[in-house]
Design a protein around this ligand. Structure first.
Ligand SMILES: NC(=O)C1=CN([C@@H]2O[C@H](COP(=O)(O)OP(=O)(O)OC[C@H]3O[C@@H](n4cnc5c(N)ncnc54)[C@H](O)[C@@H]3O)[C@@H](O)[C@H]2O)C=CC1
Length: 263
């Protein structure tokens, strides 16, 4: 489990790998370099009854379709450091690498900063920016207002790739390609991971040894702002010294309780 405890550091920390050579975790020290090979291998080897594999396959084909419809300049990925868009960012990076192997430019990412962001989230978005070679488009305030500013400041952008899942609030009607509502700034919302479950997100992040925000190892299962997010009470336990602790997010057994740490 140690490999995942401080994932902001793990994949860049070359000293870690030797310590874990006897670990039962299949550790990839360079998951981002190997992204396209590993993602496409997963997709090509999955059987028709493998729900997880088929969801990854579907996400890849939505992203491929997005890259057929839009140029890289017309796309940005909504990235706020949460687990869903962390998995999605890796998929997007992999699909871009496969389609444009020589691409050296930066991928555009939209980050709308909340009023009270967790320092761990801020740090993780910066680490991701550097590792995935992102051009971060920063905004602050309400999502709707920020999308208006995005349109004004970056008029070439037509599509925003999002890590929304069908079980997220107000999202059950969404499709892989859904325009924003008529009273919102107009963008194509691209939703590759709509059908993924909570468990699928964690399987993807852990199987591929991807870095994720360290708060998830401290019992947070869904991240908002510091004023409305707590560790999930279902992951609470008291250790052998009587200290209150939280299990990591991936151990949550009931996915319907994912947002129990939000108010
Ligand atoms: N009515 C409309 O056309 C639109 C509505 N929205 C609303 O915005 C809200 C967003 O929901 P949340 O629960 O916060 O989303 P969430 O936490 O469920 O995240 C869904 C995805 O949205 C993107 N995202 C969320 N917050 C972001 C941020 N601060 N910066 C960059 N990307 C971000 C990420 O890709 C994330 O994976 C929802 O209520 C959604 O319905 C967003 C876009 C268009």
């Amino acid at each position: 489990m140690g490999v995942y405890e401080n994932c902001e550091q793990t994949y860049s920390d070359k000293e870690l790998a030797p310590q874990h050579t006897e670990s039962i975790v299949n550790y990839d020290s360079q998951p981002i370099v190997n992204a396209a090979d590993r993602v496409y291998k997963l997709v090509e080897s999955c059987s028709s009854d493998d729900v997880y594999g088929n969801n990854v396959q579907k996400a890849v084909s939505v992203l491929e379709e997005c890259l057929q419809k839009y140029s890289l300049d017309e796309i940005c990925i909504g990235f706020n450091g949460g687990k869903d868009c962390t998995a999605l960012l890796h998929l997007y990076h992999a699909v871009v690498k496969r389609k444009y192997p020589g691409h050296q430019g930066k991928l555009k990412a939209l980050y709308i900063k909340s009023k009270l962001p967790f320092p761990e989230v801020e740090k993780f978005t910066q680490i991701s920016r550097d590792k995935y070679h992102l051009e971060m488009l920063h905004f602050e305030g309400r999502i709707k207002d920020s999308l208006g500013q995005l349109k004004a400041n970056h008029p070439s952008i037509k599509a925003v790739i999002m890590g929304t899942r069908l079980t997220d609030p107000y999202s059950s009607h969404l499709e892989a390609f859904s325009m924003t509502d008529a009273d919102w700034p107009q963008f194509m919302r691209v939703n590759p991971v709509l059908h993924w479950s909570y468990g699928h997100v964690w399987k993807f992040l852990r199987d591929l040894c991807l870095p994720y925000c360290s708060l998830y190892d401290r019992g947070y299962t869904s991240l908002g702002s510091m004023n409305n997010t707590h560790p999930n009470p279902l992951l609470q336990y008291v250790d052998e010294h009587g200290v209150l602790k939280y299990r990591p997010a991936y151990t949550l057994s009931d996915p319907t309780k994912e947002r129990d740490g939000r108010n």
